[in-house]
Design a protein around this ligand. Structure first.
Ligand SMILES: Cc1cc2nc3c(=O)[nH]c(=O)nc-3n(C[C@H](O)[C@H](O)[C@H](O)COP(=O)(O)O)c2cc1C
Length: 253
């Protein structure tokens, strides 16, 4: 097995970095080859823009979808994106590690999705969802928060965790990944927000690193999230009456 970790945190001494180090160690100890994209360390540019494309199909007006497709067809994919796609292509397991920033991922990770999952190459109109490029590969998100676990839930102060990861999970499903249940580390505090004593926090975070290790060691038993697929939709893309629909806000609409 081969795993690829996309690590999204600017500080090498952070708890996020500790989670990535523990993931690497745990997977390698189990005989898994591990590659790493450390997006801040490599100064990955998350801003999709015309300047990345050296052989534009339309030099006058930039269309991201058109230029991604053209770059794929003319073998002029930006070199930093080529590196990311090569690493992804070899992996059976994708691990994404990041802190919750504004109730979602850091912009760096959103931009990685924008640029790396290339239109016309890694997805087309039919090569999506359960027919997606990465079908057969698994993906798991590990995310940390500042607020404590008790503050999270539907309608709760910290927000609903399900909705916060929904765009990432749904996009991974769109790309064909089997999306595993995420790993949450709540209440990684500091910097003026104190919810618990230092010794209790340090013990809890050490336990959490162990839990992450055990989760990865048992990755073959991890439950997958359920998403609708082609067989669940009608011609317009609306769910069939028989479909199992997974939508976090469905109950409110
Ligand atoms: C820009 C920014 C936005 C943040 N937004 C949230 C948030 O919406 N919810 C939350 O619980 N914590 C939030 N935090 C706190 C981080 O999630 C927390 O500091 C991080 O998970 C701790 O892990 P680290 O020590 O590895 O950085 C935010 C932090 C920053 C810098």
């Amino acid at each position: 097995m081969q795993a690829h970790i996309v690590h999204v945190h600017p500080e090498p001494g952070s708890f996020n970095a500790a989670l990535t180090q523990r993931a690497t160690m745990a997977l390698e100890a189990n005989g898994v080859a591990v590659t790493l994209s450390d997006l801040y360390a490599s100064r990955f540019d998350p801003v999709e823009a015309g300047r990345h494309y050296r052989n534009r199909s339309d030099p006058a007006t930039f269309s991201a979808l058109a230029e991604q497709r053209h770059a794929w067809q003319t073998d002029t994919v930006p070199v930093d994106v080529v590196r990311e796609i090569e690493a992804l292509s070899k992996a059976d397991l994708l691990v994404i590690q990041f802190p919750l920033w504004w109730h979602g991922p850091p912009a760096m990770l959103k931009g990685w999705f924008d640029r790396v999952f290339m239109n016309g190459g890694l997805y087309t109109s039919r090569k999506r969802y359960d027919a997606g490029h990465f079908r057969g590969c698994r993906a798991v998100i590990s995310v940390t928060t500042g607020a404590p676990e008790a503050a999270f839930g539907p309608g709760a102060r910290g927000g609903d965790p399900e909705t916060m990861l929904w765009p990432l999970h749904y996009s991974l499903h769109y790309m064909g990944f089997t999306v595993l249940a995420p790993f949450w580390t709540f209440g990684v505090q500091g910097h003026g927000y104190v919810y618990e004593q230092d010794d209790s926090l340090s013990t809890r975070l050490t336990t959490q690193l162990d839990r992450w290790q055990h989760r990865l060691e048992a990755i073959d038993d991890a439950p997958a999230l359920v998403f609708p697929s082609w067989g669940d939709w009608d011609q317009q893309g609306q769910p069939l009456a028989s479909a199992r629909v997974r939508a976090p806000l469905a109950a409110q609409s």
